[in-house]
Each structure stands twice: as structure tokens, then as C-alpha cells.
Design a protein around this ligand. Structure first.
Ligand code: SAH
Length: 287
């Protein structure tokens, strides 16, 4: 069934009007499928007084429907031409509480966007795929001022982030993200929903940072090191990984037993709390 879409038309019109050539280096794939846009916006379940932040608004495909749901909104756009044309489309007079930050999302101090009055941040974005993981890690360092995050990424990355323990794709990204956040896979988005279409299928997911983490590592940096180092050798047993690693201490059978972990197990079978137990135990052996 063909479904002529009003938004699709206005968006491609505005692409032509601004003569904007999508810039590959900025990871520009603009959403134009109206039903996908609606599904994304609905999945966020906004309240009018939310402190909404959008990363990479581009031509405003998500921005305009999002702005209709809230009283105030801040967007962060690296491409100055796009930021300027967005300012023209979303006038300061009609939308006095619409703020544009022309900057790299990696340089933004998200804490400065938080206040007790405005509330915690609700971050949204069809992220530039080439820098998606650094942006996610950057945002995790502000988890205490973030209520939740809704992002579009390559489906494969979203599957890794939300993967269950034991699955083939469960890895470093799953453990680190699931340590800090509750993760939800929300919807799959086909390539044709974008202009230009990206090379791969995309998906939208939600990260909700824990206010109280279910389990806390005694040393989070060390925990991250253990997770990285073990998944660098995901086919080996834990016993062998700890024995051969120059970064980690050798663990005895008693050490493994104290964590309730089989030394013959492989990293992908360990839950987040197993990794926390293992890193706490290994840290004890460091001087
Ligand atoms: N949200 C829009 C555009 C998605 S394309 C839509 O769904 O149609 C990704 C957008 O992120 C582009 O506008 C690109 O210019 C912007 N961008 C790329 N790298 C960025 C960065 N480091 N910080 C902020 N914005 C960035």
C-alpha cells in the first residue's frame, strides 16, 4: 500500500529549499517516514514539563513533533548550516523556549542543562552512527542527571546493548550499559525510512539509568577493565583469561568459588552481577 506522507513531502521540500547535501562525515541520514517518526515520538511518552534534549536534530524530522509535546526543548547540532536553517524554521518568537546549542554533542556539559526546577534530562536522538559508542559512554558519565535516553542506532548495536546473558552477541557493550541502565529494545526501523538510506537496518531503544543500581562495583573503573579484558578473549575460559592477562591478577579456585563462578565458564555466560563479583574479588588481589 502506498502511503503519501505529508511530513515526507515537507522534509524533502525543505532539503531542496536549503539545498542541503547530506554530509556523510556527520552521519546524516534524515528520517522521512511519518509513521516511524510518530512511533518514535509515542514511545518516549513525553510530559509537557519534561527537560527534553535532542542530539543531532538535522532537518527537524523528530524535533518538530517532539516540540509539539513539551513546553521547552534544547537541541544540540554540530552542523552549523543545519542549526541555522532549523532556527529559521522554528522561530524564536513562536518558540521562546526552544534552544539550539551549536556544538559537538561530545563537548556538551549535560550537567549544565540540569536544574532542580527543569528536572532530569530526557535525551533523544537519531545519533550519528560513526560516533555512537563514544556518545553513549560520554552520556553515561552524566547518568545521575539523566532520566532516560531514546536513541536510534544500527540494529546490530542495539541488539548488542540489549542482549541477554548467554547470547552470542552479549559482550562488553551489553554488560557496561546494563550495569548503568535498564535497557529496552523498542522498534526496528527499515533503511527506507531515511534519506539517504543508511547501509544497515536501524532500531530505537531506551536506556534508563538506575537511580539505585541493583548491584554496585567497588571500583567502577576496575570493573570496566575486567569486562573489557575478559571479552577481548571471549572464547577462552575465565581461568585462562585471568592467568594469561598482564592487566589482571591470577585467580585461584577459591577466588572463583567465592564469586560462585565456574572457572571453566566463558565471559558471555556471566551476568552483570557475576562481573561485579569477579571484579571485586580480583581487585582484592591488586596491591
Ligand atoms: N534527527 C534527524 C537527523 C539525523 S542525522 C533525523 O532523524 O532526521 C544525524 C544528525 O546528527 C545530523 O543532523 C548531524 O549533523 C548531527 N551530528 C553529527 N555528529 C554530531 C555531533 N557530534 N554532535 C551533534 N550533532 C551531530
Amino acid at each position: 500500500m502506498s502511503k503519501p506522507s505529508f511530513d515526507a513531502k515537507t522534509l524533502s521540500d525543505s532539503l531542496r529549499a536549503t539545498k542541503h547535501q547530506p554530509r556523510k562525515r556527520f552521519g546524516q541520514n534524515f528520517l522521512h517516514d511519518r509513521s516511524v517518526i510518530r512511533e518514535i515520538v509515542e514511545s518516549i511518552r513525553l510530559e509537557r514539563d519534561d527537560n527534553l534534549i535532542e542530539i543531532g536534530p538535522g532537518m527537524g524530522a523528530l524535533t518538530e513533533p517532539l516540540l509539539a509535546e513539551v513546553d521547552a526543548m534544547t537541541v544540540i547540532e554540530l552542523d552549523r548550516d543545519l542549526a541555522d536553517s532549523l532556527r529559521i524554521r522554528i522561530g524564536a518568537n513562536s518558540h521562546p523556549n526552544f534552544t539550539i546549542i551549536k556544538d559537538n554533542a561530545m563537548n556538551v556539559d549535560y550537567r549544565a542543562l540540569y536544574s532542580a526546577e527543569r528536572g532530569k534530562l530526557r535525551v533523544v536522538g537519531n545519533l550519528p552512527y560513526n560516533i555512537s559508542t563514544p556518545i553513549l559512554f560520554h552520556l553515561l558519565s552524566y547518568a545521575d542527571v539523566i532520566q532516560d535516553m531514546h536513541f536510534m542506532l544500527q540494529k546490530e548495536v542495539v541488539e548488542r546493548i540489549t542482549a541477554e546473558v548467554g547470547s552470542k552477541i552479549y559482550g562488553r557493550l551489553s554488560v557496561i550499559m546494563q550495569y548503568h541502565c535498564n535497557t529496552d529494545y523498542l522498534l526496528t526501523v527499515p533503511r527506507g525510512a531515511f534519506n539517504p538510506p543508511p547501509k544497515v537496518t536501524s532500531a530505537v531503544f531506551r536506556l534508563t539509568p538506575y537511580v539505585n543500581k541493583p548491584i554496585v562495583a567497588e571500583n567502577e573503573q576496575y570493573f570496566a577493565l575486567v569486562v573489557r579484558e575478559t571479552f577481548n578473549h571471549r572464547r577462552k575460559t575465565l581461568r585462562a583469561i585471568f592467568k594469561n592477562s598482564t592487566l589482571l591478577p591470577t585467580l585461584s579456585e577459591d577466588d572463583f568459588a567465592a564469586c560462585g563462578i565456574d572457572p571453566q565458564a566463558r565471559p558471555e555466560t556471566l551476568s552483570v552481577s557475576d562481573f561485579v563479583a569477579l571484579s571485586n574479588q580480583a581487585k582484592l588481589l591488586e596491591v
